[in-house]
Ligand binder design. Sequence first.
Ligand code: TRP
Length: 463
Amino acid sequence: MSEHRGIFSSRMGFILTAAGSAVGLGNIWRFPYLAGENGGAAFLFIYLICVFTLCVPVMIGEIAIGRRAGTDAYGSYKKLGGGKWGYLGLFGIAVGIFILSYYNVVAGWAFGYFLEISFGNLLNHQNFGAFFGEYVTNSGTILLFSLGFMVMTAVIVGQGIAAGIEAANKIMMPALYVILIALIIYSLTLPNAMEGLKFYLVPDVGKINTQTIFDGLRQAFFSLSLGMGTLMTYGSYMRKDQNIISSAATISIADTSVAFLAGLMIFPLVFSEGVEPTQGPPLVFIVLPQIFHSMGPILGRFIGGSFFLLLCFAALTSTISLLEVPVAYLVDQKKFSRKRVSWGVALLIFAIGLLSMLSMGQVDFLTKLSFYQDRDFLTFVSDMCDISLTVGGTMMCLFIRYRWKIHNMDEEVALGANGYLQSATRKYLDVTISWICPILLGIMSILIILDKFIGLKVLFGWG
Ligand code: TRP
């Protein structure tokens, strides 16, 4: 690995940065609303199965490819696979660009909420549902905040795998845990909290349907930042003597525990406030202000402000990882200057994001896409990206199995993992990457695509 590309300064540096990529709006904003829409505990159950059976092996494979090749997503596939495999890397890079385009808009909402709660009068409102609906159509404000977010992302990525990201993560991640746990304790003391816990923790197998399974899988991929080359790119900066398996396990546990805790915080609140858990994307933006409001003007401002600030930091470590993927490609392959490329790509992505930003009611055509069941553009992009992630994961498994070959992956994983080659872990990984993951992910990806565009009900009479 050439020195000028940079390398994580410590073992913890890689783990924290990759966990920082994983932990983000996906855990605190998306996981609770998907769980709310999909029967709570039934969703949690499927999600956990997906993470530990399908996603951890894919994560190990992705990191191994990146570390072996020591370059960006496109370069990695091309170097190890030759021929047309580079296109798979390019596909991932494109997906990352689209994810960041709408992710940054939601980050702008979170940033706005931080300011409005800390310094504005958001908590004085009566109806937080109505407030949210109006807030996100406030184009000027959201434009400014999203732009601010993108600028921060570009500044950090422009500096490279800097000690800054590692250092920031070291403080921010523990702080996020502390505030989550404090809020969980508070929410458990509220009336009706136990109803919420029951909804979230006691699975009703009857509630599991194809939707629960699809949503659980796509959320697991999204939350762990899998399937498009983020971890491949980060893996290329990883030391050869670092254990990929234990790193992947730590990242997955860190990510899953934040999502789990977010649910534990939200559902008692949802039930004690008498809000429907099936609100969709606005869920945390409606329920959380309600609770901060109930804490009184001073404490509410402080706790609410801190919460949204930490959410912004969590989102920032994710936007950084998303921007890093196209930037690493342009720096490694086209030899552009990192700083310039970071700004250029960030602005381009911001411009694409305007389509999502304006799909909250401002522009009719974008708010109700006629070719997509009258849903908004933000939902459309996010659905398309999710599908691409599971397709990307499937293709990656096929790449390892048929092109790069399992024994090469094993060789790479064995560096830094003593005894791996003789272990049961190796057998498990070999079987999952060659059979279980590609088959299940492949079938599910096809079903999800059919479901989105035609409807499984129409096709098979179920769904
Ligand atoms: N995992 C992040 C979250 O949960 C989002 C994210 C960052 C991501 N990088 C990614 C999602 C790569 C998919 C692919 O908020």
